[in-house]
Design a binder for this molecule. Sequence first.
Ligand code: SF4
Ligand code: SF4
Length: 242
Amino acid sequence: MTVINKEKCTGCKICQIYCTVDAIHYADGKCYIDQDRCTECYVCLRQKVCPRGAIEPVELDNFYKQFQHVMSDPVENHGVTGVTGRGTEEVKTNDVSGRVKRGEVGIAIDMGRPGMGVYLRDAEKVAMAIVRAGAKLAPAEHTPLAALMPDLSTGKLVDECHHYHLLSVIVEAKCREDQLKDVLQALQQVEKEIETVFSLGLIMRVDEKGQNKTLKVLDELGIPQPHRGKVNVGLGRPLCTE
Ligand code: SF4
Ligand code: SF4
């Protein structure tokens, strides 16, 4: 947990401009950290933004606080996946991992962003919505969020984690190409029910012109066609040939 030592704080407000999610507030001549909003990203600590050294760490005393910190601190390493940042070997690395097979669409829903963040209760709403539409969520060895889901076939998270706020998190899944329209419609519906934003990555094979016939459902649903493609080069690992 990150706290401000009231004895040391002069109320200069310098720290406020560095907080990634506006979790530092001012009252009665001092600043304090809104613990419901702080993501434990440690930017304020790591950058030593307080000239008085008033921002102090307190030991993260439970699993969910540690999860929150690992997911929000870009230099922290996730214990299971071994990946820094959001701790996920993203489905976007499909050129290497081959997790998305022919006839399937990989789905990466990037929830939250600096300045806004994402509560895990909203990640649950999105995960449950796409599961109901036919998507299969990625397992815990691929993506950290699954560690909070006792049953991947529902997308429900353990109740204890709902109020934790993260800088961002990725809901990763895949579906059959013929299920994509249902999944996208579910996302269009659930985006009205959450307190944050997300961007959507679709992972699929394309022809020489960058086309896949499945993309026509975007037009049917009034979603702009993607503006760019992204190829993950694998950084020395062999490309998947499946
Ligand atoms: S920068 Fe330090 S002294 Fe200034 S308001 Fe923040 S915690 Fe207090
Ligand atoms: S740890 Fe991050 S979210 Fe929390 S107060 Fe510091 S900068 Fe803000």
